[in-house]
Design a protein around this ligand. Sequence first.
Ligand SMILES: Nc1ncnc2c1ncn2[C@@H]1O[C@H](COP(=O)(O)OP(=O)(O)OP(=O)(O)O)[C@@H](O)[C@H]1O
Ligand SMILES: [Mg+2]
Length: 221
Amino acid sequence: MNNTVLKLNDVCKNYQRGSETVHALQNANLSVERGEFVAIVGHSGSGKTTLLNIVGGLDHPTSGSVLLSGQDISRADEKTLAKIRKQAIGFVFQQFFLIPTLTVKENVALPGLFLHQPVDDQKIVDLLKRVGLDHRLNHLPGQLSGGEMQRVAVARSLINDAPLILADEPTGNLDSRNAEGIMSIFDELHRDGRTIVVVTHNAELVERSSRVVHIEDGRIK
Ligand SMILES: Nc1ncnc2c1ncn2[C@@H]1O[C@H](COP(=O)(O)OP(=O)(O)OP(=O)(O)O)[C@@H](O)[C@H]1O
Ligand SMILES: [Mg+2]
């Protein structure tokens, strides 16, 4: 069995900002094996979110290839990417992207609904309990603090039992107690054999990872 979950070959991503070309990723090469817990670290603007978006099929590379469990997604069409995102990836966004008109519970259920499978109510409640938010089930995102929204985003990433979890600064808005709660969830996922790629500035989260990848000016070091 091929155990490489993720492989980036010479990935470049350019953004056009007016007349300027931003080289957000430059010849990035990365290989992640099943069950690895990889921490991506680098300064602000170094290309971490760009990397995660490309790995998660949310953005196309300018050049190079991205293989997810052997399948090249770098030029896949939107329909194929949407299917992969629903089934294979749990994503925690840096900006959360909660739907403002849906309750906490509904936001967590959403990726499951996209799969056209009934979402087990108890599972949603259990996930929200796991992130310490079972008392906020029927609140709207606008009624939550930044840290609470972040924890909803983490719960949502787990609803589909995806084998690959991609998380962008999942403890960035949390106090140490809540950050500890989220980190212990990542520990459990790791023990369960899930593959985790997490962008973080949090030294304790880095400490718990099995490998650290440094990124600097769009280059993986
Ligand atoms: N849509 C875009 N258009 C133009 N430039 C962009 C775009 N998205 C990102 N960039 C630029 O690409 C570079 C990498 O951005 P990215 O968001 O990947 O950084 P990051 O490492 O996630 O930073 P942070 O730690 O602040 O979240 C930055 O110079 C950024 O300004
Ligand atoms: Mg970022």
